[in-house]
Design a protein around this ligand. Structure first.
Ligand code: G3H
Ligand code: 13P
Ligand code: ZN
Length: 316
């Protein structure tokens, strides 16, 4: 099967109360770890590529890796998605490069400018059969070179449910990332994590059947945080979104859940462990291999949290 878009996935996800995992890929080992997990769990998959990933690995390498993944897993629907496209030009380039889904993130502009930029991307993408995710409201943390709102202030920048009908109506975007109190990165909360479930509920009521997206959804798993801190790393205050909260959100209108930090931490934890336990080791396969295996195990677990394990066939 060739790459697919998100339409059927989101329809099934909304109807059946699960979400599709959207995992960021930057190199071969990360991609292989994710693919091994979805192949075993028979889950639909969104592989997402940021501008930073395009710069780091180059699109031709990433595309070749993803083409192999698609060819080797003909029963699994796989989407190639641009994460946080900041301008029309970036989104256009990705549509031209064969992405089946792009995100335009003009959430830092005014409401009117966000509508105008998003609409321009939607017109270009839809004419070429590509779906578009947009964003309304602002997340915390750092994404690419844009610093989001401070994690103390995320609750002041939540999506305004009164704006969503006009935004989706005027832009024609296919899904919407909403701000519900999460941040990108490993430092999402200072004390007890809180998510604005009332915003999901309210937006869901105003746009029945419409797929919503949750960014900043890593949980900062204790297992990897502890390994990183034990083996010379320094992430004592890292805190993520509890998995129970994610399990609750996916039963509502959240159909796509973005995860990057948990992948980074799994890989980093295992590499640190190998370096510390066997300081004489210098064969990259001996530390990237365990990192890839940790990613596979972690993603398998996440697919159950999201409820999308076993749902590949329902998305075809
Ligand atoms: O939204 C942020 C994602 O974690 C991507 O991160 O832009 O550093 O590749 P990146
Ligand atoms: P995390 O930093 O929580 O993994 O979020 C990733 C993300 O939202 C990518 O768009
Ligand atoms: Zn994001």
């Amino acid at each position: 099967m060739a790459l697919v878009d998100t339409k059927k996935m989101f329809k099934a996800a909304y109807k059946e109360g699960f979400a599709v995992g959207a995992f960021n890929v930057n190199n071969m080992e990360i991609t292989q770890g994710i693919i091994a997990a979805i192949a075993e769990e028979k889950a639909p998959l969104i592989l997402q590529i940021s501008r930073g990933a395009r710069e780091y690995a180059s699109m031709s390498y990433l595309r070749a890796i993803i083409d192999v993944a698609v060819a080797e897993n003909p029963d699994i629907p796989i989407v190639m998605h641009l994460d946080h496209g900041d301008t029309f030009e970036t989104c256009k380039q990705c549509v031209d490069d064969g992405f089946t889904s792009v995100m335009v993130d003009a959430s830092h502009s005014s409401f009117e400018e966000n509508i105008a930029t998003t609409k321009k991307v939607v017109d270009y993408a839809h004419a070429r059969g590509v779906v578009v995710e947009a964003e309304l409201g602002q997340l915390g943390g750092i994404e690419e070179d844009v610093v989001g709102v401070h994690s103390d202030d995320v609750m002041k920048h939540l999506t305004d449910p009164d704006q969503v009908v006009e935004f989706v109506g005027k832009t024609g975007c296919d899904s919407l990332a909403i701000a519900i109190g999460t941040s990108h990165g490993a430092y999402k909360f200072k004390s007890e994590p809180k998510l604005a479930f009332d915003v999901i509920e309210e937006v869901g009521r105003k746009l029945p059947g419409y797929p919503l997206v949750m960014h900043g959804s890593s949980s900062v798993l204790k297992e990897f945080k502890d390994l990183i801190n034990k083996y010379g790393g320094k992430m004592p205050d890292a805190m993520g979104v509890p998995e129970e909260a994610i399990g609750r959100a996916v039963k509502m209108a959240i159909c796509k859940v973005n995860i990057d930090t948990d992948l980074r931490m799994a890989l980093t934890a295992k590499i640190r462990q190998v370096f510390c336990e066997t300081p004489g080791e210098f064969d990259p396969r001996k530390y990237l291999g365990p990192g890839r295996e940790a990613i596979k195990k972690m993603v398998k677990h996440k697919l159950h949290v999201l409820g999308c394990a076993g749902k590949a066939a329902a998305c075809l």
